[in-house]
Design a protein around this ligand. Sequence first.
Ligand code: TLP
Length: 344
Amino acid sequence: MQLIDLRSDTVTLPTPSMRQAMFSAEVGDDVFGEDPTIKRLEEMAARRMGKEAALFVASGTMANIISQMIHCGRGDEMILGDQAHIFWYEQGGSAALGGIHPRTVKNQWDGTLAPEDIEAAIRPDNVHFPRTRLIVLENTHNRCDGSPIGPDYMEAVADLARRFDLKIHVDGARIFNAAIALGVDPTDLTRYADSVSFCLSKGLGAPAGSLICGSNAFITQARRVRKVLGGGMRQAGVLAAAGIVALTEMVDRLADDHDNAHALAVGLSRINGISIDYERIKTNIVYFGIIQKDLSPPQLCEKLNAAGVRVLPADSRRLRAVTHYPITKLDIEAALEAVAAVMG
Ligand code: TLP
């Protein structure tokens, strides 16, 4: 039985042209700044995000912690959503490694933070308080139905940040999904950010790696912080080569993942016992609920797994399925049949 793995887009596989590019990649010691393939990827990433420079790092988590540690000193505060990936899934690294105090604000269902909530959370200058330094946004927003966040909202938050002299970091692990879903250039979403991170090993299909993009001065600092975290890689051009293919060949096809996710969401909405508002699904992430009280998400996951479909339990009532390369329309049809059969 062939498994249809919808647990995450991180379970993607490198394409044949990525493997070929990795095989023939020109490499050097990147800590000495001598890997030409990494340099090419970094230049390409900076251009795509409309920033001066970029840095290749091991993962989205590393990109986020480095960025936070540059924007905030120990004891400083950052404002972020209560559903943010950084808050939920990065081991509290901001506090553990950066000494940064996270101040959460409620995420709206579309992944945004209400500007008035952000403003209310900004600390006045007072000897009792930590100093607010940073606003973190996530685009697309993983736990908020993979929602893409548009340029108008980004501009509104940037105005607020400017008024209070705060920086903005965008966790753009899936920023290309956002741009494709909204029909805008990624730079329309990143021009308001001081730093943005994005991942190669999710919808873009590469085997590893993320990029941090920002000003030349920011990336110089990021290179230092990456080193102290043990992230200085050597002949990592073999990975960067796949990343270059990801950026050149895999961005436009994200629209297929979005179509597949939409088809999955609509199909799920027609299955008895499943609850989902499919109109909220704009990218590749599909959260859905179970109506029956006697069936928990882990139990449904187990049954689906036995039927050849893998999804993740998200919380006490919800599950998550994510479309990605090389999941096809036929896989989605087969997955829907399996869910319908399991739900009886
Ligand atoms: N998300 C993973 C898991 O960690 C939950 C997933 O399966 O969705 N930002 C966002 C918005 C992410 O969704 C992720 C990964 C990261 C950062 C971290 O990236 P990695 O896994 O490369 O450290």
